[in-house]
Design a protein around this ligand. Sequence first.
Ligand code: TYM
Length: 341
Amino acid sequence: MNTMHTETTTERKKVIFSAIQPSGSVTLGNYLGALRNWVALQDDYDCIFALADLHTITVRQEPAKFRKNILEAYALLLACGIDPEKSPFFMQSHVSAHAELGWILDCYTQFGELSRMTQFKDKSQKHADNVNAGLFTYPSLMAADILLYQADLVPVGVDQKQHLELSRNIAERFNGIYSPTFTVPEGYIPKTGAKIMSLQDPTKKMSKSDENVNGCVYVLDTPDVIMRKFRRAVTDSDACIRYAEGKDGVNNLMGIYSCVTGKTYEEIEAEFEGKGYGDFKTAVGEAVIEHLKPIQERFHQYMSDKEYLAKCYNEGAEKAERIARKTLSKVMRKIGFVPRG
Ligand code: TYM
């Protein structure tokens, strides 16, 4: 992980913003690549987190399922350790400034830039029957999310790096046309866990859209299911637990094991010297189950208290809105819109 900045209380803390789409169950990739870091950063930074529900409708959603996914994702993030007292945590659709700045930034983003986004290319292939304009302009809405809060740092996994780069370009462009308006954000990508790969095809990122159900572990999977998925994980014929080029499956399992136990790769290699892949896979499965157990317990508690959830997301939206409105007014003034009197 990048160097942590320790600052005295008199200095302004750096601002962190990040978001996750409530597009189904949260994966182990989301957790290890992003959420775990959000939780760890809360004490040292001014953090703001969102559920990017506006982004999620770029792919068609069934209304009842969508609503359920949003609430579950909210509860699960609290269960992971997001503290809404410390870090405003809200739903993107509750703060309309996101959609408003999103539109404005669409007008400062080039067609060519959006056409180069690999996620757009992937998703438009996967959803060939619904290549909508939102799927295309998705990155300028993501830029709006980040820039509204003048974020210094954005903790994400590697797959969001290209979008983040575009957010920086949009911010710099706007600042150049008018005058400094937006903080130009930097990525905050973890050393381990930045790209958790599919357990069935370790050359692809772990994703809920994996065709093989055994490729993706969910934070809410039962212990039996987690163990089954790890036992079936694809490895290689080398039969040796070491981190090396070409050993994608084993490297991925070592990465996951390292994330949940805190052990280094050398320690893991020593621990499993002379042992086979069967023992190793079982150990990784057990460590993941142990790590996720308290999160799963807390998730069920939060889900049984909808009132508390509503209190958190309503308060989160209020706090976020105050900051977002300030930036949006500034942007609109600079462009030349006439303020409503
Ligand atoms: P999303 O919802 O796809 O993923 C949320 C976070 O999880 C990370 N991630 C992974 N990390 C490691 N290994 C994996 N296999 C893996 N899969 C996902 C992602 O990098 C991400 O950090 N566009 C964003 C949501 C978003 C956003 C934002 C993020 C909307 N606005 C503003 C940051 C700032 C997305 O779809 O992430």
